[in-house]
Design a protein around this ligand. Sequence first.
Ligand code: ADE
Length: 245
Amino acid sequence: MMRIDILTLFPELFKPFISTSIMGRAIDNNLVNINTHNIRDFAKNKHRQVDDYPYGGGAGMVMAVQPLYDALDHVIGLHDLKPTIIYLSPQGRVLDQAMVADYSRHTNIILLCGHYEGIDQRVIDKYVDQEISIGDYVLTGGELAAMVFVDSVTRLIPGVLGSSDSILEESHTNHLLEYPHYTRPSNYKGDKVPEVLLSGNHKEIDRWRRTQSLKNTLIKRPDMLSKAELSDEDQMLLKELKEHK
Ligand code: ADE
């Protein structure tokens, strides 16, 4: 089972997230074990202060070494294997589906959520294996990024989602966006489902879906196409689609 420990100043933010829907079920089924720890509980000073003014001056506060060293030593001790320690930060490598798939095969992970202007660099130098960003924008803290990481990684753990086929087909796994989906009724107030999907001809349906997937990617995310594995037929379809644009 995968064990994830999250170090944060706001453990209560994670409660609804880890108890709801697919995350809740994955935890109930012992497919993943998620523990949150309040960094403030490790502060030894009188006011349980976790931040301080930056050396050299400047704006903002910095999360101090003592509570973080002690919190990290504590949670590392809870792992029977050497955990991978990840610091969520806008300076990190930007998370993508290949990294998510890679992490879904890890068994021991510690996530460190920062706040204020950042954390004392010595914590990063001494403990952190990888800095990860969830995109090129700045959040007020690492908590939302940690949830994005946990959500995207957990759903790839075998047994968490019903069918593994849907994972292979979904957007970003093969560097293509997915085809459009439809369900009953086939005609709602005159808005109709594409005829081919009602035909029962699976070869035609596959071909239609592949075309839609290529078209969707060409229109919405042409930058992805360079990474996609494309057959000769795909290449021809794309050429046609580009000409008709
Ligand atoms: N903390 C603040 N901004 C962040 C981002 N974009 N990704 C990860 N952690 C962050």
